[in-house]
Write a protein that binds this ligand. Structure first.
Ligand code: ADP
Ligand code: ASP
Ligand code: MG
Length: 417
């Protein structure tokens, strides 16, 4: 029998009515003959509340206890959905990560999945036609026996890992939008849904700010070759024919996409901070003196701009870090002032990174240059630029984010017809 993974995010299970709606989606696929593993998130807002409680309990807390707390959100939804399914006459049971188990490493709060016991699920499909309702976001570290979580948005990764483990025909990611759009449809109403997007492009979109899929889930899907389909849980379950074409976005191999656009999507992130080190001594070893301590502190540095010194003696160096790490990064640099040698440190947290993504950029010149001109016409100043094979990013004042995204969306012909 064909197997299917159905994942439902927080807004899709926000209350009991929505959970009943989810159950009807599940029943539809069961009735169509699929063996189904459902992966659920916590009810919307619950994980945020749990995270806030941990912070209030102690600003600096044990990551193992954080995981013990935040993993509970998913446990509630899994149990509730199993109860509702049973009430509808669908044989179902809930699974927590440790019960199956879903084994992870011990990087608490951002653990990686090592193994999923798919055999147990398959056995139950075969023996009792039982739907598995699995709590997303969580697993267990075998050696310590402690509960782990996979990082925010991690239920997507649970779903893709389970799909790989049971060799599912597809992994359906049900959310509050009906697919992957050219940019966040909440910010740009003219954004349009794509029928297909390549793994590599989705990976860039996700890592550059589009939260529709967790980055690791896309990575895993790419490596394990899982067919991921992003779709809406808000469509009436009864209006969908599981055997016909339904609306959504397939994340697939590049070779499956016939008409490749130069630019496929635009992502943005306001979770950036800029640090500029003024009048750094221009001598060998300075970059190592700056970025070494940041790496030791596990601070991810993204964009880096170093000016050529005018006087041959000093220069300015600018880089970005996640805004959550801004204060730590400043302190780290100040501490290393003696070895680095600089005049002063300037910083800004009201900055945003806007990124343009498309596999077609590999074979087209001048794509970024068009953006620089269009942004300058809107009087948007660019603070830093980075480019790679299939994307480029600009750092701008956060206040201009929406304007910049809309401008570029129109520029590259992405507006809905
Ligand atoms: P879930 O709770 O179902 O996991 P998320 O809130 O994590 O849902 O992700 C869905 C949201 O992602 C959408 O509501 C949308 O605002 C946002 N989003 C950002 N960029 C995009 C994009 N390019 N396409 C679709 N949605 C996007
Ligand atoms: N509930 C978790 C979160 O909010 C995991 C998820 O929804 O994917 O981050
Ligand atoms: Mg999500």
């Amino acid at each position: 029998m064909a197997r299917l993974v159905m994942k439902f995010g927080g807004t899709s299970v926000a209350d009991l009515d929505r959970i009943r709606n989810v159950a009807r989606h599940v029943k539809r696929e069961v009735d169509a003959g699929y063996d189904v593993a459902v992966v659920v998130s916590a009810m919307s807002g619950v994980t945020n509340q749990l995270v806030a409680w941990c912070r209030d309990a102690a600003a600096l807390h044990d990551a193992r206890e954080y995981d013990a707390v935040v993993a509970t959100g998913e446990q509630v939804t899994a149990g509730l959905l199993a109860i509702v399914l049973e009430g509808m006459g669908v044989n179902a049971r809930s699974w927590q990560g440790w019960q199956l188990p879903i084994l992870t490493d011990n990087a608490h709060a951002s653990a990686r999945i090592l193994d999923v016991n798919g055999a147990e699920l398959i056995k139950r499909f075969e023996e009792r036609k039982q739907v598995a309702v699995i709590a997303g976001f969580q697993g267990i570290h075998k050696e310590t026996g402690r509960i782990t979580t996979l990082g925010r948005g991690g239920s997507d990764t649970s779903a893709v890992a389970i799909a790989a483990a049971i060799k599912a025909e597809r992994c359906d990611i049900y959310t509050d939008v009906d697919g992957v759009y050219t940019t966040d449809p909440r910010v740009v109403p003219k954004a349009h849904r794509m029928d297909k997007i390549a793994f590599e492009e989705m990976l860039e979109l996700a890592s550059l700010g589009a939260k529709v899929m967790q980055v690791r889930s896309v990575e895993l899907g790419m490596v394990q070759n899982v067919r991921i389909f992003v779709r809406s849980s808000f469509v009436k379950p009864e209006d969908i024919n599981p055997r016909a074409n339904f609306l959504g976005t397939l994340i697939c191999d590049e070779s499956e996409i016939m008409e490749q656009q130069v630019v496929t999507g635009i992502a943005f992130s306001k979770d950036e901070a800029q640090i500029s080190i003024r009048r750094v001594e221009d001598k060998p070893g300075v970059a190592a003196a700056i970025f070494g301590p940041l790496a030791d502190a596990s601070i991810n540095v993204d964009m880096i701009v170093q000016n050529v010194s005018a006087d041959g003696a000093t220069t300015d160096l600018t880089f970005t870090v996640p805004s959550a790490d801004y204060e730590r990064a400043r302190v780290t640099i100040e501490k290393a002032k003696g070895t680095i040698g600089f005049e002063r440190l300037d910083g800004a947290t009201d900055v945003a990174k806007v990124s343009v993504i498309g596999i077609g950029m590999r074979s087209h010149a001048g794509v970024a240059a068009m953006a620089f001109k269009a942004l300058s016409e809107k009087k948007i100043n660019i603070r830093a630029i980075t480019t790679s094979e299939i994307k480029f990013s600009v750092l701008i004042d956060a206040a201009y984010t929406e304007l910049a995204v809309r401008t570029l969306h129109t520029l590259y012909g992405l507006d809905k017809a």
